[in-house]
Design a protein around this ligand. Sequence first.
Ligand code: HT9
Ligand code: FE2
Length: 390
Amino acid sequence: MSDQLRAAAAPTPARGPAAPYDALLLLSFGGPEGPDDVVPFLENVTRGRGIPRERLKEVGSHYYGFGGVSPINAQNRELLEALRKDFAEQGVDVPVYWGNRNWAPYLDDVMREMAADGRRRIAVLATSAYASYSGCRQYRENLADALALLEREGAAELPRVDKLRHYFNHPGFLQPMAEGVLAALEQLPEEVRAGAHLAFTTHSIPTAAADTSGPVPGHTADGEGGAYVRQHLDAAAVIADAVRAETGLELPWRLVYQSRSGAPHIPWLEPDICDHLEELHAAGAPAVVMVPIGFVSDHMEVLYDLDTEAAAKAAELGLPAVRSATVGADPRFAAAVRELLLERAAVERGEAVERCALGRLGPSHDVCPVGCCPARGARPAAAGADSPYA
Ligand SMILES: CC1=C(CCC(=O)O)c2cc3nc(cc4[nH]c(cc5[nH]c(cc1n2)c(C)c5CCC(=O)O)c(CCC(=O)O)c4C)C(CCC(=O)O)=C3C
Ligand SMILES: [Fe+2]
């Protein structure tokens, strides 16, 4: 492993009190767990989002191809266990809850449960590492919705929720992925390994949403956002550097996109992974490693769009292709979550903190500023400078 990653892999373990926090909420997307769940799940996800019917049928068929089961919930159950184990071993006495935006266990229900358990100050870890409306503000809007529901139900006191900072450049996120790339390279036939291309892939979003993602002070020279792409480029560069340091190979790399939806006339981030595979093949690339840096664990996008669709495209082209692992429930990621929790706790207590971050952009903000990752319609969002809640 590269010196940068090796050093970062063994930081002084973050210890200390978690006060003022009395709970950690693992907040995720949610996914269906059987064929009968698929349509209601898609209705939850797409309510008010204007996604064409044809696209929904298509996406439904991806789920049915896997028995209607997304891997995301099982992955979150594993992460929940990894977090509880890490906290117990490190003496962090904070209960960990889990809730989803789009499927059971629903955020609304877990928020009610946390309030009933007397939790007053909740740190939130979203299973999305980067800035953007879909990856950050939408989670914050759903937190505001859940608090509003508690309020309508007559809760005596609403808990305060704080979202932990973006962790796209945290060593506990990047190191397991860099190792995954090394392992994936090993799976390629030896004669094509040294010429392999790295295709870092993430969820495509509308270019308008990409342009306004952030702003994250320090992430942009102009302060004008564009954080989504810049953060991915930074994470990819760290991984590519680590692979070069470890193998001595200068593998060419590019950031590409997948899982586009929405109407065709609206521009989304490109190129798509499948088009990129065609280009690589045409340019004579001997092999490719697909690196799903945009995904914290194996979602349906990884199983279908990469392992099924892109893999079939590569096979059709005769291009040797492998996909590297997501972080999932890696113990180093669980440790990173603990560090982020204890770091933020110290910040909230007014203490100085040392923040772990690799790459060029530096650590992300603790509190999303007003207007961060804006939405089309102005809806209340919790856990940010523009939150209507304390
Ligand atoms: C940036 C981003 C992430 C990463 C951040 C994060 O992780 O949150 C993400 C994650 C996910 N997206 C997921 C599923 C879906 N996303 C959809 C639609 C959309 N995603 C978008 C963006 C993102 N999505 C966007 C701009 C749309 C268009 C509609 C809109 O503007 O809202 C649709 C509707 C059908 C379709 O159009 O594909 C589905 C079913 C699942 C669950 C997968 C599983 O079941 O394993 C996960 C983890
Ligand atoms: Fe944000």
